[in-house]
Design a protein around this ligand. Structure first.
Ligand SMILES: Nc1ncnc2c1ncn2[C@@H]1O[C@H](COP(=O)(O)OP(=O)(O)O)[C@@H](O)[C@H]1O
Ligand SMILES: [Mg+2]
Length: 263
């Protein structure tokens, strides 16, 4: 089990604050992941069940590192914990509730290449030449729309390129659905939809309301109210690309914010 005396005072305070939100805002290499992993180990030491703890991060690499460090710190006591990227966490939830958002349970996640191939075919079928919209630019626009929570039904063009997006997006989406597929943006969007359309379900989702008691995100784009319901988690998931500016603005009006000092 972790030796808390190896933490600096601010780290230690964050690790020992078990109830209520804790925001850790510090530069690269200053010990944020150390705080999160120690906090998880401390929760386990105090008898919290691993399947009530959820840890979310940006990249597969970071998630792998987090998993490894927790394992090392707790000697396998964290088994059953959900540690993953925002997308992996959403994919996991979707596997459990796929049919509620009109997906087959064995839905396929289209990777970058699959998405590129699909959008290139749609562009070709609609007679839109590369010089007007490349598959890459089109995908990036569609992904942007999804991350803002705009489905093909609400997306609106306002210039030449976005008018093209407005034509391509619905067809692209329709073909994804026909092949029981989702792209990366859908993973977030559909979990959000799941929560919006199945209010009674949201709190039971994967025991998510319990996990949220001990929710640790290495991305601090969260709000004080995060624990009030699972919906906030999915809002967070959908907004995972919030900018650092956003984060900084939020800290100024977050009462419980403590700034982590350097070791
Ligand atoms: N209080 C501390 N005492 C000793 N080493 C520390 C302390 N805090 C962090 N470190 C070490 O510094 C390095 C960077 O920490 P890490 O948690 O990965 O930072 P971050 O997640 O903020 O980038 C790691 O090797 C970690 O073990
Ligand atoms: Mg880190």
């Amino acid at each position: 089990m972790p030796d808390l005396s190896t933490l600096n005072p601010q780290q230690r305070q964050a690790v020992e604050t078990i109830r209520g939100p804790v925001l850790i805002l510090a530069g690269a290499g200053t010990g944020k992941t150390r705080v999160i992993t120690f906090r998880i180990a401390e929760l386990l030491r105090r008898g919290v069940w691993p399947d009530r703890i959820l840890a979310v991060t940006f990249t597969n690499k970071a998630a792998g590192e987090m998993r490894e460090r927790i394992e090392k710190l707790t000697g396998g006591r964290g088994r059953g914990m959900w540690v993953g990227t925002f997308h992996a966490t959403c994919a996991r939830l979707l596997r459990m509730y796929a049919e509620k958002v009109k997906l087959g349970r064995d839905f396929v996640i289209f990777d970058d290449n699959d998405q590129r191939t699909l959008v290139a075919r749609v562009l070709k079928d609609l007679g839109i030449a590369d010089r007007f919209a490349t598959p890459r630019a089109m995908l990036s626009a569609i992904d942007g729309a999804k991350n803002r929570g705009e489905g093909p039904d609400v997306f609106q063009g306002h210039d030449y390129f976005s008018d093209l997006v407005a034509r391509v997006y619905p067809v692209y989406q329709q073909r994804l659905e026909q092949s029981n597929g989702v792209d990366f943006g859908d993973l977030l969007l559909k979990v959000n939809q799941l929560c919006r359309e199945h209010a009674g379900l949201e709190l039971r989702m994967a025991g998510l309301e319990q996990r949220l008691e001990y929710f640790d995100a290495s991305d601090p784009t969260w709000e004080d109210s995060i624990r009030q319901s699972a919906r906030h988690l999915t809002d967070l998931l959908a907004r995972h690309q919030a900018t650092a500016r956003n984060i900084l603005n939020r800290t100024t009006d977050t009462r419980d914010t403590e700034r982590e000092g350097k070791p």
